[in-house]
Ligand binder design. Structure first.
Ligand SMILES: O=C(O)CCC(=O)C(=O)O
Length: 337
């Protein structure tokens, strides 16, 4: 391959060797069915106790839900998808100015997941941005397309508001004070991955992203409406979560699994690729403050089960996560009591 990224304008007719998964690790797409009864939660419902119950059920049984009537304006969402598409359509030389494979960079264009650690690559390019506080990070974001900074920063503020509203619902659904999680996680960081999965000549042999859980607290995923690709693990089977108009997929991450003392599941999910069409997704990650101590509240350990995981700071967890490959065992397993 002659460029560092996949979105170089080259249309591949064969999957380059470095992307081919061993047979035992392939996606087996013919065995994947559509996820039945995907929890769809109407956040504007008048009956808050019903929403809280739906959140509890979804987080326990699925580890994710689709949120509708979420208050993020449609125009804000459309603009972010439009500008993301424009970005990945830029000439490759322009994009490569932002390329880095160093995960500690707060703004970078990269490819696959962690190219220096992984054995097999993934069919994905991504723009990774730190987004909070905006005035600290926006100056380093791409200035081409010219609307990028404006559209993406508006989106980030809206999504942050949604994330905080959902964290309140999750706190209540665990029987905790509404602002419990917010207080424990401290001033949260916010990161974004703008994912671009080019058409792939052999989708059966590779992934956009292999199965993984998210290391942060909560992920708010905007899926491309045109091309499906997200799959989640439900009852040990991979199932497809197709995009719904005007919805976000909200995923529980590892930190909420730990904080809920294992009651809520950090959902295993993966992105598959498409032979004909490019796919985009925009993942926003709410991340505990580095100093936040992740420790389950007393109310959730008093049933005699004790704490499932030892206490740790988010900084400790995050550095462990990035020191590994994505498709290894669950990082939380390393923190089990
Ligand atoms: O593209 C998707 O649907 C999933 C993206 C994802 O899992 C991630 O960015 O961590």
């Amino acid at each position: 391959m002659d460029t560092k990224v996949l979105s170089s304008g080259i249309r591949y007719t064969n999957l380059p060797e470095g992307y081919v998964r061993p047979e035992s690790e392939r996606p087996n797409l013919s065995e994947v069915s559509e996820c039945e009864n995907v929890p769809v939660i109407d956040l504007a419902c008048d009956d808050r106790s019903l929403i809280v119950q739906q959140v509890a059920d979804a987080c326990k049984n699925y580890g994710f839900f689709q949120a509708i009537n979420h208050e993020v304006p449609l125009e804000t969402v459309e603009r972010v998808l439009e500008v993301a598409k424009e970005f990945f359509n830029l000439p490759v030389e322009e994009k490569l100015k932002l390329y880095s494979d160093d995960p500690s960079k707060t703004m970078r264009l990269s490819t696959s997941f962690n190219v220096n650690k992984e054995k097999v690559h993934n069919w994905r390019d991504y723009l990774r941005l730190h987004c909070y506080p905006l005035d600290k990070y926006v100056p380093e974001w791409p200035s081409n397309p010219s609307t990028f900074k404006e559209f993406v920063s508006t989106y980030c503020s809206e999504v942050r508001g949604l994330g905080y509203r959902v964290l309140e619902l999750i706190s209540e659904s665990l029987g905790l004070e509404k602002d419990y999680i917010k207080k424990v996680l401290g001033e949260q960081g916010q990161h974004m991955a703008v994912n671009f999965y080019p058409p792939c000549p052999e989708p059966e042999l590779t992934y956009g992203l292999p199965g993984h859980t998210d290391p942060n607290a909560l992920t708010i995923l905007l899926q491309d409406l045109e091309v499906a690709g997200l799959q989640v693990l439900k009852d040990d089977k991979w199932v497809a979560v197709n995009p719904l108009p005007n919805a976000f997929v909200i995923n529980i991450g590892d930190q909420l699994q730990a904080l809920s003392n294992g009651r809520y599941k950090s959902v295993w999910h993966r992105a598959i690729v498409n032979a004909e069409k490019a796919r985009m997704s925009v993942a926003s990650f709410l991340c505990p403050n580095n100093d936040a101590m992740i420790s389950p509240p007393k109310a959730l350990t008093e049933d005699g089960s004790g704490a499932v995981y030892r206490d740790f700071t988010y900084a400790e967890y995050y550095s462990k996560f990035w020191s590994r490959n994505l498709d290894q065992e669950h990082c939380l397993e390393l923190f089990k009591n």
